[in-house]
Design a protein around this ligand. Structure first.
Ligand SMILES: O=C(O)Cc1cc(O)ccc1O
Ligand SMILES: [Fe+2]
Length: 437
């Protein structure tokens, strides 16, 4: 369900946005004046190295009631043993094709952070390489708890239930069909707008997500810059007993706060949380023949140090027309150097009509063979190739150059579909050397 979203946003991917919740709160002629309007403190927030190339540089100046340094001592926080960080060492990486059903709804109270479960991770957070994939399942708002993640940027893909993500830089409302991205280090709280909420969370240890190049497609297409929505300044002036949780180099810490950290009255900069409605994606595909590589469906990419080889590609399979002639239309059988983790927001995915259910996941690691299940192969091989519209479907992929290591929970939990590979066992031999091509 999509709840109406009446919040105000600023638009434009990666723009230097500026916003103030009180008139003239934003200093005009410099970033760090001797006295900030309204008695605020200036604090710079850097998401990239000071010296990162200009087109990649992301930093934001915040003007806040108290500097972030006003907080208690960090103590270790051990309330979520299922939240893990790469490198995962409990089990060896596996080339086995894996699939999972959704997580059951939590029986105990769980918020967005305490209700996180890690399914897989790759790379190494301490070297800022790789990603982790978690599922969230929450039945309560974070209330007096706030969180920031020093290990990476967070890409939230809601699957059920609308969320109000209250951040230092303002609020984002997201429903299934939207995504939100929270920069590394930004403090936030997630409020549930419905009784429960669940979805996927990709933690990107690497370079911040950005739009892929458009190449010969030109200046428009795929995810258009104008459709990315950034919050306007919004603050809470609240005193009391609050808790700030942080994930730092794979460890969870908490410190006490005597005020809400969402106290930024004005900000200007290029590093900020944002949301994007996936239905805005301009889908580009063949109008002649063959099934193009799924990179044509890339919404956002986190580049590694090798050009064209992603730390993380976020790819979607949205509703679209399928018109390819003389073509086997579903994904082909394939083996890929990149590792592919998939999820389903709603509907049915064209390669897997059974077993891959909304809220579920699959993993096909580097070079592990996969493709349509047996029934899909049969149907697609005989289909009448008239134009058809794929409706009510939204699958996605977190694709990475690094092998995903599943968590112990993922391998041992009942949500793992241990018979997944049987989906290909019905593929019969049809070879006939005497058949005329
Ligand atoms: O494996 C998958 O289902 C994802 C995928 C989809 C597609 O259309 C082409 C290649 C690919 O890896
Ligand atoms: Fe694939």
């Amino acid at each position: 369900m999509t709840l109406p979203d009446d919040l105000e946003y600023q638009t434009g991917f990666g723009n230097e946005h500026e916003t103030e919740a009180l008139p003239d709160a934003l200093p005009k002629a410099c970033f760090s004046p001797q006295k900030v309007p309204y008695g605020l403190y200036a604090e710079q927030f850097s998401s990239t190295a000071f010296t990162a190339p200009k087109h990649q540089n992301r930093r934001t100046w915040t003007y806040r009631i108290r500097p972030s340094a006003v907080q208690g001592d960090y103590q270790s926080w051990d309330h979520n043993p299922l939240l893990k960080t790469a490198p995962l060492r409990d089990l060896p990486p596996t080339p086995s094709q894996l699939r999972w059903g959704p997580l059951p709804a939590p029986e105990q109270p769980a918020d967005f952070i305490s209700g996180l479960t890690t399914i897989a991770a790759n790379g190494d957070a301490s070297t800022q390489i790789g990603t982790a994939i978690h599922l969230y399942a929450a039945n309560q708002s974070m209330e007096k708890r706030f969180f920031y993640n020093a290990d990476g940027e967070l890409l939230i893909v809601p699957q059920a239930g609308a969320l109000m993500i209250c951040t230092e830089l303002g609020r984002l409302q997201v429903s299934p069909g939207d995504i939100a991205v929270i920069p590394r280090g930004i403090k936030f709280r997630v409020d549930l707008l419905e009784e429960k909420a669940s979805g996927y969370l990709c933690e990107n240890y690497g370079a911040p997500l950005t739009l892929p190049e458009r190449g010969p497609v030109g200046a428009n297409g795929f995810a258009n810059d104008r459709d990315f929505q950034y919050p306007v300044a919004w603050y809470e002036e609240k005193e009391g007993e609050f808790e700030l949780i942080c994930k730092f180099s794979g460890h969870l810490y908490a410190c006490e706060l005597n005020h809400s950290p969402l106290d930024v009255v004005a900000w200007v900069g290029t590093s900020a949380p944002y949301k994007y409605q996936l239905s805005r994606f301009n889908v580009i595909n063949t109008v002649s023949y063959d099934h193009p590589d799924p990179s044509i469906f890339t919404v956002l990419t986190s580049q590694s140090d090798t050009p064209g080889v992603a730390n993380l590609d976020f790819v979607i399979f949205p509703p679209r027309w399928m018109v390819a002639e003389n073509t086997f239309r579903p994904p082909w059988y394939h083996r890929n150097i990149m590792s592919e983790f998939m999820g389903l927001v709603h509907g049915v995915y064209d390669a897997k009509e059974k077993g891959f259910v909304p809220g579920g996941s699959s993993l096909h690691n580097c070079m592990s063979p996969h493709g349509p299940e047996a029934d899909v192969f049969k149907k697609a091989s005989e289909a009448d190739l008239k134009p058809v519209r794929y409706e009510n479907t939204l699958a996605f992929m977190f694709e990475s150059r690094y092998v995903y290591v599943p968590s112990k929970f993922a391998m041992e939990s009942d949500i793992r579909q241990k018979d997944y590979i049987k989906c290909w066992s019905g593929l019969q031999k049809h070879f006939d050397p005497n058949q005329k091509p």
